[in-house]
Design a protein. Structure first.
Length: 489
């Protein structure tokens, strides 16, 4: 009887180890240069599909082999988002051709009403990072023209930006916004200021960030929707997911990129509230290890859920593909312990169906939103954690098991890349999934596939010489901004 019990226990532990360790870790040795080359080949596969069926437009529709434009006229979302990835991958000729196409064909003198946030992170960010990488002044001119056309968004009574602006007339609309859209602007507008020596861009974007922060609750949290004319919250749900996510990211990254002490303080206060009210340790697989004499309870999983911004009371136990950016931010802030634990949870979410769902209830482990639009966040976090593991950073805890293993995140990345190719590749591109459960594809290939997903996979496997992590800050669309400004004239 006792022997049977012991055997069952051993099997349970073994199964648990197999489930929780990156799949195939023991079997396959990593060949990083080969993996980096494979990522580059797949990038080109998707890029060639875009060129063949959607050239000159915003995005490829990979199933119907046609194109999608966000507005009545295209803004070259895919080429601008893809350019710095090509440069980093060493695709010199392709990058040169793409850059020439952009500078000859991209114009912002269009009578269209665009979403300030999306255009800022993809186009302004993409133009600025490619300018820093190439020194092609035409890219900076385009960025400055775009920045000027976006400025009217900040003319609200609270100075938090409206959501939309007409690029030709400056007419604004969309008075109910969210922290991600009001607070994810300073990296791009601030960099534009530093490169053009025009403080207006920095000042407007920083004011918008500060005004958002000022409206946090007494316990230090922000909600999901806010009226930029009245400053009143219209939805008090608080979380790190879409509509809030990159607001927190920019508090930390702006502090680091610009050495901005206000941002540093705002980040410090915010992360304390996030960790107090949104973080949730969860004991799922109560596993027992250890000898005959005692039992040892496994480390609880770490998740971040939803809570009301005023009371701090839990409103939902959901976490998703967008939330998976947070281990990267935690790692960048120096909190490697939480970063490691949260990445483990994200990978558990990925492993449920071999690719991550948009949203999951981490309490029941049921999928609550099943799509996968080719998101990068979990790969981004693997890249950051790999970087810090290579630096030999140690977790804060005393146990050696808590140290970051240099191979671990590349192994995780290899598995995710194989799953990604297996389920999302089409004959002439990559397709989003309608459902990670059925693996049915959707006719969409957003530009962040090129800006972020392929870039982070590539950087995870490529030689660190490709990009000096410590000299850049990535904007939320993975466009690296170099911490290097020309002296004022
Ligand atoms: C990107 O446009 C950005 O990373 C943004 O912050 C969130 N959504 C997508 C990628 O998932």
């Amino acid at each position: 009887m006792t022997t049977l019990k012991t055997t069952n226990l051993k099997i349970t532990i073994l199964l648990a180890v197999l489930i929780l360790a990156p799949r195939g870790q023991a079997q396959e040795r990593l060949n990083q240069p080969r993996l980096a080359t494979r990522v580059r080949t797949e990038f080109l596969h998707a890029w060639n599909g875009y060129k063949k069926y959607a050239w000159g437009h915003d995005d490829l529709k990979p199933l119907s082999k046609s194109y999608h434009d966000w507005y009545a006229e295209p803004l070259l979302m895919t080429p601008v988002d893809a350019l710095d990835t090509m440069i980093l991958m060493g695709l010199k000729d392709e990058a040169k051709r793409t850059r020439e196409y952009i500078v000859r064909n991209l114009s912002f003198d269009k009578d269209i009403s665009v979403q300030n946030f999306e255009v800022t992170i993809r186009l302004l960010g993409g133009l600025l990072s490619s300018y820093q990488l190439t020194k092609d002044k035409r890219l900076l001119s385009l960025a400055e023209d775009l920045g000027n056309r976006l400025l009217p968004v900040f003319e609200s009574p609270t100075r938090m930006p409206y959501r939309y602006v007409n690029l030709k007339t400056g007419k604004v609309r969309g008075n109910v916004s969210n922290p991600a859209e009001t607070g994810t602007l300073l990296i791009e507008f601030g960099t534009l200021s530093k490169l053009t020596h025009k403080p207006i861009f920095y000042d407007k974007a920083k004011r918008a960030l500060v005004e958002t922060y000022r409206r946090r609750s007494a316990i230090g949290l922000v909600g999901t929707w806010i009226n930029v004319e009245t400053g009143q919250w219209t939805d008090t749900d608080s979380h790190i997911s879409g509509a809030i996510d990159s607001y927190y990211e920019y508090l930390l990254k702006s502090a680091l990129l610009f050495d901005d002490q206000d941002c540093r303080r705002m980040w410090a206060n915010s992360i304390a509230a996030i960790n107090r009210y949104l973080a949730q340790p969860v004991l799922h697989d109560l596993l027992y290890a250890g000898g005959n004499s005692g039992t040892q309870v496994k480390e609880p999983e770490l998740w971040y859920g939803h809570a009301d911004m005023n009371t701090g009371l839990r409103t939902a136990t959901t976490y998703g593909a967008l939330d998976a950016f947070f281990p990267a931010v935690l790692a960048l802030s120096g909190d490697l312990e939480r970063a490691r634990r949260l990445q483990k949870s994200s990978f558990k979410m990925w492993s449920l169906y071999g690719i991550e769902p948009e949203e999951l209830n981490y309490d029941s482990m049921q999928v609550t939103s099943s799509g996968y639009p080719l998101r990068p966040e979990i790969v981004e976090s693997a890249y950051y954690l790999h970087h810090y593991s290579m630096l030999g950073a140690r977790m804060s805890g005393p146990q050696s098991s808590k140290q970051l293993d240099p191979d671990h995140y590349q192994q995780m990345g290899r598995i995710m890349f194989e799953d990604f190719v297996k389920y999302c590749r089409t004959d002439e591109g990559y397709a989003a999934l309608k459902s990670v459960v059925t693996k049915e594809k959707a006719d969409s290939m957003q530009s962040f596939l090129f800006a972020e997903t392929f870039k982070y996979f590539y950087l995870l496997f490529a030689s660190p010489k490709r990009l000096d992590f410590d000299k850049v800050i990535f904007n939320t669309e993975a466009h690296p901004m170099q911490r290097q400004w020309p002296a004022a004239r």
